[in-house]
Design a protein around this ligand. Sequence first.
Ligand SMILES: Nc1nc2c(c(=O)[nH]1)N[C@H]1C(S)=C(S)[C@@H](COP(=O)(O)O)O[C@H]1N2
Ligand SMILES: [Mo]
Length: 155
Amino acid sequence: MIRALLLCSVVLSAQTEPKLTIGGDVAQPLTLTRSDLAKMPRSSAVSGEREKVGYEGVLLYEILKRAGAPVDKQLGGKAIATYILAEARDGYQAVYSITEADPAIGDASILVADTAGGKPISDENGPFRVVVPSDKKAARSVRMLEKITVVRLRK
Ligand SMILES: Nc1nc2c(c(=O)[nH]1)N[C@H]1C(S)=C(S)[C@@H](COP(=O)(O)O)O[C@H]1N2
Ligand SMILES: [Mo]
């Protein structure tokens, strides 16, 4: 009985665990959980329109690299016309260019954050949130991030 209950709770938590998917024009589509992000190279950023908040997470660049999106040496020529669509649980959408995300070209240091002020990002803000420290307004700081789609316009 206890084993059945334990199994049940494991199955339920696996189903409800928040996930971030990365797809579109990538070699390797990914589904990342909070613990996957915790194991990746970590970065921090300070951002916020009214008050400054310290965020931690993984650079969008690191996620794109893992998914096999065109970055580094592959980011040139036709691949320059590639953008990233971020979509949230409430339907909110924003785009970034891949050149903004790749630190060899752009200076945006776009972060997929999972903590704010040292705590996991919760409820209507998280658990994942895009942070663009170089933006003057927070409009592209997508809260409740669920999905990243890479769109390569020229193949
Ligand atoms: N999912 C989602 N993210 C969003 C929005 C939204 O409506 N939905 N609004 C954006 C806008 S316009 C702003 S100014 C900031 C506000 O974030 P804050 O409440 O942490 O300041 O969230 C951004 N991210
Ligand atoms: Mo805003």
